[in-house]
Design a protein around this ligand. Structure first.
Ligand code: ADP
Length: 449
């Protein structure tokens, strides 16, 4: 009999248990890494091996490339699953995995590097026919030169770091007098956060929606799209409610952007799961970036397509098996996800600590993705995401009704969470009518208390 294949999960939290389940169902063995703050993670008990890679600080554990590669060697795995966050979009790490003899579960490291540089990414997708946000991607030479460039775009503009991520280092500039100073501080902030001073400028869209296309490629030139998601309900440039498919967009427009996205993937010979992110305003799409990994919101796509995206990632990486075919992919119903964060619902400040009691929601087409249990202690060192509630129904109104039920059933005691905030959002009239946009929560809903 063939030796069972084995993967290393190089992550924690919600995505670690998600990946563990997918791998175990496919018959793979699983080794998992953890920091000393994470000894109580549920997925460790379900793994065949658990390897401590360092102290709580991410820099010394989940971002410690050498420790993770050593863990892979020690447990003799075939492949490394990066999840999202941490090293998932780190091209150097992906290259190290490959050069150390481990399959990195994701696209080739040169594609990760290319997409990680937002200027090069924009140039590439533009050349492949993808519409991008108008802007200036050239060199910043002098105050006068850049003022003249921005004059052509028109104010307001947003200054972004080429190597940016996680919503960091972005600055909105409303008028010429503030431009030079903002560029200089964006450059030093980018240097500090990402080790590169390079910035670029985009037209600032005032009330866009965030709409994205899920793509999946076999690495050899074949690819499919798995339709759209709307992720416009955000706080601090981070998503908190996601839906699939994206509603209230003319069908022909959506078909077109899906086709453009999948064609770009085919031309890149993209491997595995990826997302083309767009802003959508006045019935037009504008590319902002491509994420070369699985995303937190992949679950809503799974609900409407019936495809287990994490298993598809494992199959393409470990078996070279591409199990998706565009003709077979159909949208069935619609789905919504609420991200449950352990945080203050008003200030968004994280609220770590011991969960004294948990009651999970249940029912038909209700999914609760989480590691948490009564007595689990949330460490203060990581992201505040502790659970995802995902529901599916035949139409959006019924999805909202089901989500209301699921939120009402959810009890997480001992720490502050945003469950009540979600309850409020899903009752909002503008949310019901799809009139929300990326800053809606901060600029409107929370202001009118
Ligand atoms: P990051 O990689 O840091 O997440 P993105 O380019 O994906 O950066 O942008 C994150 C969020 O910032 C978007 O979802 C959107 O809310 C906002 N944003 C980005 N670009 C623009 C723009 N040109 N106009 C208005 N908002 C923008």
């Amino acid at each position: 009999m063939n030796k069972k294949k084995k993967i290393l999960i190089a992550n924690r939290g919600v995505i670690a248990i998600r990946a563990l389940r997918a791998a175990k169902e496919l018959g793979y063995e699983v080794a998992s890494v953890y920091s000393t703050a994470d000894k109580n993670q549920k997925h460790l008990r379900l793994s065949d091996e658990a390897i401590c890679i360092g102290p709580p600080n991410s820099k010394d554990s989940y971002l410690n490339e050498a420790a993770i590669i050593s863990a892979a060697e020690l447990s003799n795995v075939d492949a490394i699953y990066p999840g999202y966050g941490f090293l998932a979009e780190n091209a150097e790490f992906a290259e190290k995995c490959t050069k150390s003899g481990f399959k990195f579960i994701g696209p080739n490291f040169d594609i990760i590097a290319l997409m990680g540089d937002k200027i090069r990414a924009k140039e590439l997708v533009k050349s492949l026919g993808v519409p991008v946000v108008p802007g200036y991607e050239g060199k910043v030479e002098s105050k006068e030169q850049i003022e003249a460039e921005v004059e052509k775009i028109g104010y307001p503009v947003i200054v972004k770091a080429a190597a940016g991520g996680g919503g960091k280092g972005m600055r909105v500039v409303n008028e010429r007098s503030a431009l030079w100073e903002e560029i200089q501080s964006a450059q030093s902030e980018a240097d500090l956060a990402f080790g590169s001073k390079e910035v670029f400028i985009e037209k600032y869209l005032k009330k866009p929606r965030h709409v994205e296309i899920q793509v999946f490629g076999d690495g050899c030139g074949d690819a499919v799209h798995l339709f759209s998601r709307d992720c416009s309900l955000q706080r601090k440039y981070q998503k908190i409610i996601e839906e699939a498919p994206a509603g209230k967009i003319p069908e022909a427009k959506l078909d077109e952007i899906q086709q453009i996205s999948v064609n770009a993937c085919k031309q890149m010979k993209y491997e595995g799961a990826g997302t083309m992110e767009f802003l959508y305003e006045n019935k037009e799409f504008f590319f902002i970036e491509m994420n070369t990994r699985i995303q937190v919101e992949h679950t809503v796509t799974e609900m409407i397509t019936g495809v287990d995206l994490v298993q598809s990632q494992l199959l393409v990486a470990l078996e070279g098996e591409f199990n998706l075919n565009q003709e077979d992919l159909k949208i069935n119903g619609c789905a919504m996800q609420c991200r449950i964060n352990a945080e203050d619902p008003e200030t968004f400040i994280p609220s770590p600590g011991k969960i004294t009691q948990v009651h999970r929601p249940g029912g038909y087409h209700v999914r609760f993705e989480s590691q948490i249990y009564s007595g689990y202690e949330i460490p203060p060192n990581y992201d505040s995401l502790i659970a995802e509630i995902i529901v599916k129904e035949t139409n959006r109104e019924r999805v909202i009704n089901k989500m209301r039920m699921a939120l009402n059933e959810t009890i997480i005691d001992g720490v502050k969470t945003n469950v009540d905030l979600h309850k409020k959002i899903i009752e909002d009239k503008n949310f019901h009518e799809y009139k929300h946009y990326i800053k809606y929560l901060e600029e409107d809903l929370l202001k009118h208390e």
